[in-house]
Design a protein around this ligand. Structure first.
Ligand SMILES: [Zn+2]
Length: 301
């Protein structure tokens, strides 16, 4: 046997490792908590994955409550991808009720270099889970998803890598459009008439975010918060108040009226409503629409 070893090795080098004769296994069942992760997983897994979103249309990720059917859905999945960092407060109980040996879980925020993004002061507060609104972090998420899929289906390693590369190229293009579009603006003050979902985006492009609610949508912002937002907006000569798509625009309207500012929509992108689903909007469509409104609201050249 020993003397044939070089010959055998030679055959492997020439022809590669033997290819299994059986047809490709069924696509991996992947479930994601939020819409951007679904979009990323779809690009990376392509036809080797069957990706679905856990949140039903219109549900808010911070406040949603899973149903019994969601337990069944996750029990038959191969991979569940979530953000973590407190974005999905319902996740702990949901995963506790699932005893599927097959299900793997990827919480992307656990492996992101978030410390680099926040100074001492920020870290003392609660972590900001809206990581997908930093397109640089999204590029890291692409690699994390590809690596996890490769763990489950090692034979598809290069396929998943190619998918991640495709996704990262799109993200790079989007990031460049934002850098350029928000490079020269009369205002750097991003006033949000909703919750503080845009901190990563603001940080990446040198803006300052001020929001009426905190990191998760509170029932109603405090009057004191509204008063200080009015003062801040006046001081910074704010010309637009951004209201979140799919949230009540009332408070943004009140603030805008006080500031004699225009109300424009920004979409956090975490989930779509029914109409948006039906229109086939992609994550990139939404982010491009956001850029148009940001440029307008901040008076960018
Ligand atoms: Zn949020």
């Amino acid at each position: 046997m020993k003397k044939y070893l070089p010959l055998l090795l030679g055959i492997f080098v020439l022809y590669g490792f033997p290819i299994p004769a059986s047809p490709r296994p069924a696509p991996l069942k992947i479930v994601t908590s939020i819409f951007p992760l679904r979009e990323f997983a779809k690009e990376i897994a392509a036809d080797r994955g069957e990706v679905s979103l856990l949140l039903p249309p219109g549900a808010g990720v911070h406040t949603w409550q899973p149903r019994a059917s969601d337990i069944l859905r996750l029990s038959s999945a191969d991979l569940f991808i979530q953000v973590g960092a407190g974005l999905e407060p319902w996740i702990h109980d949901l995963l506790k009720s699932i005893s599927s040996p097959r299900l793997r879980v990827l919480a992307v925020a656990d492996s992101l270099p978030l410390d680099e993004h926040w100074d001492e002061e920020d870290r003392k507060k609660e972590p900001d889970p809206h990581v997908w609104l930093d397109f640089g972090l999204d590029m890291v998420i692409a690699d994390l998803i590809a690596a996890k899929l490769t763990e489950i289906d090692p034979l598809s390693a290069s396929f998943f890598q190619a998918g991640a590369a495709r996704l990262k190229q799109k993200l790079q293009k989007l990031d460049a459009a934002y850098s350029q579009g928000l490079g020269r603006c009369a205002s750097k003050s991003l006033v949000i008439g909703g919750h503080a979902a845009f901190g990563y985006l603001a940080k990446r492009y040198g803006l300052e975010q001020l929001s009426l609610s905190g990191l998760s949508p509170d029932a109603e912002p405090l009057p004191s918060r509204l008063m200080s937002a009015i003062a801040w907006g006046k001081e910074h000569k704010v010309r637009a108040v951004f209201t979140e798509a799919n949230a009540n625009p009332q408070m943004a309207g009140v603030l805008a009226k006080e500031l004699r500012a225009e109300v424009l929509v920004l979409h956090p992108g975490g989930n779509l409503n029914k109409k948006e689903w039906e229109s086939g909007r992609s994550f990139f469509d939404i982010m491009e629409e956001n850029l148009v409104n940001l440029k307008r609201g901040l008076s960018c050249e």
